[in-house]
Ligand binder design. Structure first.
Ligand SMILES: Nc1nc2c(ncn2[C@@H]2O[C@H](COP(=O)(O)OP(=O)(O)OP(=O)(O)O)[C@@H](O)[C@H]2O)c(=O)[nH]1
Ligand SMILES: [Mg+2]
Ligand SMILES: [Zn+2]
Length: 326
């Protein structure tokens, strides 16, 4: 503490648990402190959509005369982050950082209500691969359809190294395993609306969260959670609940880099004729051969090709991206 500082007058460090434009909430020594951002933090970074996000570690200083709030002086360097590309309306030009400093992405997919949507799980696991964090797949609502819960697709994810946890908030199946997997880690829950992210989190943490209804008409959720919010866990770690998403276009992935983010393609790709094979139109492709032989599921190649198409369209619109920095 500097000489002359009053009680609590020195800068302190904390973790951002939610963030809006120009303000955020920081947990510091177990207390939640509303903060605003120092003006200079807001300058010069217009290309980056979010300056401060959940998971950021920040240095905060007291506001003279207002003990209830503080000001964020500095965002400490991020160990990692997870980012997507802004919407098509913005022509994919902006990076949208979803969270910083995380250990794992927990993808939540329900077996029914809503039905698994083709390719979303694959996109989210691609994001985990790209940003170098672990990917876990939580298969929720197994009470609604135990047969669907045993579908071969989920075993495929297991076979390529992802932890797959069948869970049910109704019967309690898998909830201990889910809870254990979160302890001591910083996690980001991602999945479509209505799959049960907030329900799982409420059961795992005992927190009271807003839980939505899945509409009978569409079988879809209704975006009950509206903001990313990070919750501290009793025995260490944090978990972020997020609003449901329909898609995910990872930021900062060049089309040629996508194939490395599908771990099950690595072995068959060794036998592609061309080093630069995109496993699409090229002759003599090992990945396509593996699909034809039944060694690789066709839906994995389809998921890959759909993301590849999006990445190439984006590159056509905004030109090749700068090389990735990490
Ligand atoms: N049968 C069954 N229903 C569940 C289960 N988990 C959650 N639900 C129900 O699914 C509905 C949606 O749950 P939420 O937890 O709000 O889903 P969410 O993923 O947080 O949705 P968003 O916040 O919109 O992204 C609620 O009616 C829950 O009661 C489950 O394991 N089995
Ligand atoms: Mg929710
Ligand atoms: Zn190939």
């Amino acid at each position: 503490m500097e000489p002359g500082d009053g009680d609590g007058g020195a800068d302190r460090e904390g973790v951002v648990i939610n963030a809006g434009s120009g303000h955020c909430t920081v947990v510091c020594d177990g207390r939640e402190i509303p903060c605003r951002l120092r003006g200079r933090l807001k300058q010069g970074l217009q290309t980056e959509r979010t300056l401060v996000v959940a998971g950021d570690r920040v240095r905060i200083a007291p506001v003279p005369g207002d003990p209830a709030i503080a000001v964020v002086e500095e965002v400490l360097p991020r160990r990692n982050r997870i980012s997507r590309t802004s919407s098509k309306r913005e022509r994919g030009r902006r990076e949208q950082v979803m969270m910083a400093n995380l250990d794992q992405v927990v993808v939540v997919q329900s077996v029914r209500q809503p039905e698994p949507s083709g390719g979303l799980v694959d996109r989210l696991l691609v994001a985990a691969e790209r940003y170098g964090v672990e990917g876990v797949l939580c298969l929720n609502k197994v009470d609604l359809d135990p047969v669907a819960a045993a579908a071969p697709a989920w075993d495929h994810y297991r076979s390529i190294g992802y932890l797959v946890l069948p869970t049910s908030v109704v019967t309690g199946e898998g909830l201990t395993a889910f809870h254990d997997r979160l302890q001591g880690r910083i996690s980001l829950l991602l999945g479509a609306s209505g799959t049960g992210k907030s329900s799982l989190l409420a059961r795992a943490t005992g927190l009271r969260l807003r839980i939505g209804e899945v509409t009978a008409k569409t079988g879809l959720g209704r975006h009950t959670t509206t903001q990313t919010e990070l919750y501290p866990l009793a025995d260490g770690g944090f978990i972020a609940d997020t609003p449901g998403i329909r898609g995910f276009d990872p930021w900062d992935v060049a089309p040629i880099e996508l194939r490395e983010l599908f771990p099950d393609f690595t072995a068959p790709a060794q036998t592609c004729r061309y080093d630069t094979c995109l496993h699409r139109d090229e002759p003599d492709c090992g990945v396509k051969r593996a699909v034809a032989a039944g060694a690789l599921p066709a839906w994995r190649l389809a998921a890959y090709l759909a993301i590849l198409k999006d990445l190439q369209e984006r590159e056509d619109v905004r030109g090749p991206q700068r090389r990735r920095s990490s």
